[in-house]
Write a protein that binds this ligand. Structure first.
Ligand code: SF4
Length: 344
């Protein structure tokens, strides 16, 4: 079991549910736009939101955001230790910061003191594009990622700071998986999983699912972030689907549907697409099966709360808890399912 770290109201590690994270991509200086994006992320189911902080002005801008969100907020600091201290003091719930980037351990000590004073944990986040040169002289690939993270952690531990989370992200899935496996063996800090720079919506979702999913299946990982180019709400939707597919997500509708073939005689694709869009924000844990015909339909319906199973031109049988309740026209299918979900 990993150590547990508290980020605002969310626990990471120590048996807590795997949480979903994302990051804003609005200008942090534009606090109104950033707050609006954080609220959209929260509504989509994001547990923790990170903001990039690169200037004193951005720290000040965040004063207008802190306290107005339900999701805990993480300050992403690159090199300026004063920003880390200020963010811990103004109410950020976690700092992402690599102490090995600082030129003096006195500065690290000041950051650690501010984090201890405010009960704020630190995430050490190493990416394959920003590895420590001393480490890469000795190691490469996954070992370099893991050793680089452990080097940053050792500096924090020197100052008695153990409230840490670690990430070791790579855009190469095999490297990322191996690096997390090494860390899982070597330390008991909770792990933040992610495939970095994974790409556009579809490519990034596939790469992230393979990398993050491979680790979660082995019981490795305490919080996840899917990195996609574009609107971060898509990251949250993908992360929830990854967790849902492994039964690790505690809420939301799961839709099972067959690929269809010539035996399907109703407009199933349109029904599935409409359901996926309409049910995005629903928090109830419900399983819906949408199936083309009786070959596999009744079997899937047995394991679902609500199911459709094609039965003739433009018609489908509607199942509730494995029992057929009626035959309906395809044009009524979405409406009937939404009503049933409401009643469940
Ligand atoms: S359930 Fe029926 S329609 Fe769907 S793929 Fe199987 S055989 Fe084809």
């Amino acid at each position: 079991m990993k150590r547990q770290v508290k980020v605002g109201k969310i626990y990471i590690g120590g048996g807590a549910p795997v949480s979903v994270q994302s990051m804003t991509n609005t200008p942090t200086l534009d606090y109104a736009k950033t707050l609006e994006q954080i609220q959209r992320l929260e509504s989509a189911g994001c547990d923790i939101v990170r903001l990039a902080i690169s200037s004193d002005e951005e720290v000040q801008s965040c004063r207008q955001i802190i306290g107005k969100t339900k999701a805990p907020l993480v300050a992403d600091i690159q090199f300026n230790y004063r920003h880390a201290i200020a963010c811990a003091d103004i109410g950020f719930d976690k700092i992402r910061f690599n102490p090995g980037y600082l030129d003096s351990e006195d500065k690290v000590k000041e950051v650690v003191t501010a984090c201890k004073r405010n009960g704020v944990p630190i995430r050490v986040g190493v990416n394959s594009g920003s590895l420590d040169k001393e480490v890469t002289a000795k190691y490469d690939g996954a070992e370099a990622l893991a050793q680089s993270a452990l080097k940053h952690i050792a500096i924090l531990e020197k100052f008695g700071f153990y409230d840490n989370v670690i990430s070791v992200k790579s855009s190469d899935v095999r490297t990322m998986v191996k690096a997390y496996e090494i860390l899982d063996e070597k330390c008991d800090y909770p792990l933040h999983l992610g495939v970095t720079e994974s790409g556009s919506k579809l490519r990034g979702a596939v790469k992230s699912s393979v990398g993050i999913g491979a680790l979660l299946l082995k019981g490795i990982g305490d919080t996840i972030r899917v990195s996609l180019t574009g609107d971060p709400v898509s990251e949250v939707e993908t992360a929830k689907m990854i967790l849902g597919s492994l039964d690790l997500y505690r809420e939301g509708v799961e839709i099972v549907s067959c690929p269809t073939c010539s035996r399907c005689e109703y407009d199933m694709e349109n029904i599935v697409d409409t359901l996926e869009n309409s049910l995005k924000g629903v928090k109830k844990r419900v399983k819906v099966a949408v199936m083309g015909c009786v070959v596999n339909g009744p079997g899937e319906a047995k394991g679902a709360d609500i199911a459709l199973c094609g039965g003739g031109k433009g018609k489908t049988a509607l199942y509730v808890k494995g029992q057929v309740v009626k035959t309906i026209d395809q044009s009524d299918a979405v409406k009937e399912i939404l009503l049933l979900i409401d009643k469940l």
